[in-house]
Every structure is written in structure tokens, then in C-alpha cells.
Design a protein around this ligand. Structure first.
Ligand code: GLV
Length: 309
């Protein structure tokens, strides 16, 4: 029985330490140092070459190293019955909250407009805007989205949440797809995607979506890159329909060197850091799932393949 970690070229040291601190009897291997493939019974993975996990005949479950699992679900070679696990963690919620508090406050304070004015040596006051006059639309109300929506509302923002099913969130008006009117769309100053990547959300943020928003709105993507049609975003920014975009996730990561987003004055890029998994914070739930899988017990945070999260 052994855990195999696939982390690409990321440094694995803190992961090994954190998992061993929970259970020092674990046999943990780091790809490509697999040893005997028959001994691998649990996988822990970030994006990997599709088909990789089919080489281990005794594999019982595959756990993501993050909240998102699209990098696993995209692997169409995987056995349909293989349990796929995601992480839920208060540190993930908190770090996403910190990122969004920073970026949303920046936009709410219109600091992007002042940066533009500075580049033109313009000294001009814009009409002041308090948090309570800024409406933020949160797309995706899973554990992270719900946490962030609630905190934003507590800071005084007007918060509207969008999800497939209705939910009760303190201070947040929640809309299911059939309840979204043009008036609701027109009320949004800042749109945030914290959606999982599914067939329904792929390409969701496109020309038609941006056209429904208030002129000058901001788009922030911390979900997955493929939810955005990139050329449509550039067009919306250049026509003035959108004023600015913050992109922490991109269709292709790392963003290629000649991509127009790098130098676009209305685009701010961060390298997928909005919500980074802290090994110390999630090691216990991973080890718990590992032992459950070894003993044939119920697993936690199993992904619904049909739903895609
Ligand atoms: C980050 O993108 C995650 O999936 O946790």
C-alpha cells in the first residue's frame, strides 16, 4: 500500500513533511520514482499526463491537491468507477477571501482608473464610491464561493450570488439561472467567477454575457481559465463594455509569452495563486481518506462525476 504523488515540477518537500507528520508509517512515492506499480493504492495529483493513473492496477482513489478537479475529470481514459476526491479546507477559503478582498477593493476604489490617469499625468478626482454602492456578483456558491459571498456582504458590499440551486447565505441575494433578469445583470459592478469547470461553465463568460453587464464592469476569474472566451474579453475591454479584468486562472498555464493579456493595460494577471493549498492544513483529510480507501470505508469529498464537482 503506497501513496503516489504527481506534482509536475513543483517542490514536494512540504507535502511529504505534512503527510508524514500526520502518519509517519505512510509509504509515499513521488512520480516518477514509482517503485513497484502494484503497490500504489492512492493517488494525489495536480495536472498530469492523461492515462497515467491507468498503470496502477490496485489504485483505489485519486485525490486532487486542490479544490478543483477538472484536471482529473478531463482525463477520459480514467475508469468510470474510480473515486475522485477534492479538498475542502478553511485555509483555501481564507486565502481566496484575501485575494478577492484585495482585488475587489482595488476595483471598488477605482484604483485601476487612477493608475490609468497617472500614466497620463492626469490629476482628477472621480466620483467617490463606498463599498455599499458597489454590487458584486459571485458565480459559484460552493464552499469557497459561499464563504467569500458572506464575507463580502459583511464588509458592506451589495452581494448577489449565482448558482444552479437556491441557497441561503446571510446578506446575499441568490439567483438560480431562470431568475436572472437583465435588471439583475445590469446591477453588477464586479463579476467574480469561482465556478468549477464543467460542460455548463466552459466558455460561460463570453461576448453575450459581457454585453448584458453594466458598461464599465469588472471581471475577475478565480475559477478556471476555460470558463472565459479570451478574445471576447479583449473585445469587451477595448470597447469599454468592461473596464478591467483580474485573471488568476488562464486557459493555458503558464500564460504563453506572446499572449496579449501580459501587456494589456486593462488586464491584471496573477499566476494561479488566489487559493493555494497549504499542505499542513489539508494533510489530515488526505490521510483520513487514504485510510478509508484502504479499509473500504466511506470516502469524504467524493466528486459527483455527472455534476463535475
Ligand atoms: C485551485 O485552483 C484549486 O483547485 O484549489
Amino acid at each position: 500500500m503506497a501513496i503516489l504523488i504527481y506534482k509536475g515540477d513543483r517542490d514536494i518537500t512540504r507535502w511529504l513533511e505534512a503527510l508524514k507528520a500526520v502518519d509517519d508509517t505512510l509509504d509515499i512515492r513521488v512520480y516518477p520514482e514509482v517503485g513497484n506499480a502494484e503497490e500504489i493504492t492512492f493517488a494525489l495529483t495536480w495536472p498530469y499526463p492523461h492515462g497515467l493513473w491507468n498503470d496502477f492496477p490496485h489504485l483505489k482513489a485519486i485525490s486532487s491537491i486542490g479544490a478543483g478537479v477538472s484536471h482529473i475529470l478531463e482525463d477520459k481514459t480514467l475508469d468510470r468507477d474510480m473515486p475522485i476526491l477534492k479538498l475542502t479546507d478553511s485555509r483555501l477559503n481564507q486565502s481566496m477571501w484575501e485575494y478577492l478582498l484585495a482585488t475587489i477593493s482595488y476595483q471598488a476604489m477605482q484604483l485601476h482608473r487612477y493608475a490609468q490617469q497617472q500614466s497620463e499625468k492626469v490629476w482628477a478626482e472621480l466620483p467617490p464610491r463606498g463599498f455599499d454602492s458597489v454590487t458584486v456578483g459571485i458565480y459559484g456558491l460552493g464552499s469557497i464561493g459561499k464563504f467569500v459571498a458572506e464575507r463580502l456582504a459583511a464588509e458592506g458590499f451589495v452581494v448577489k450570488g449565482f448558482a444552479n440551486s437556491s441557497k441561503e447565505i446571510a446578506g446575499v441575494e441568490v439567483y438560480t439561472p431562470s431568475e436572472v433578469t437583465d435588471t439583475v445583470m445590469q446591477s453588477l459592478d464586479i463579476v467574480v467567477s469561482i465556478l468549477p469547470l464543467t460542460a455548463q461553465t466552459e466558455g460561460f463568460f463570453d461576448q453575450a454575457f459581457f454585453a448584458r453587464l453594466k458598461k464599465g464592469a469588472t471581471f475577475i476569474n478565480v475559477g478556471r481559465g476555460a470558463q472565459l472566451i479570451e478574445v471576447d474579453l479583449i473585445e469587451a475591454l477595448e470597447s469599454g463594455q468592461l473596464s478591467h479584468a483580474w485573471l488568476d486562472v488562464l486557459v493555458q498555464e503558464p500564460l504563453r509569452e506572446d499572449h496579449p493579456f501580459w501587456a494589456h493595460p486593462q488586464v491584471s494577471i496573477t499566476p494561479h495563486i488566489a487559493s493555494i493549498t497549504d499542505p499542513l492544513s489539508v494533510a489530515a483529510q488526505i490521510v483520513e481518506n487514504y485510510h478509508a480507501a484502504m479499509q473500504g470505508n466511506a470516502l469524504h469529498n467524493v466528486v459527483d462525476r455527472e455534476m463535475g464537482y
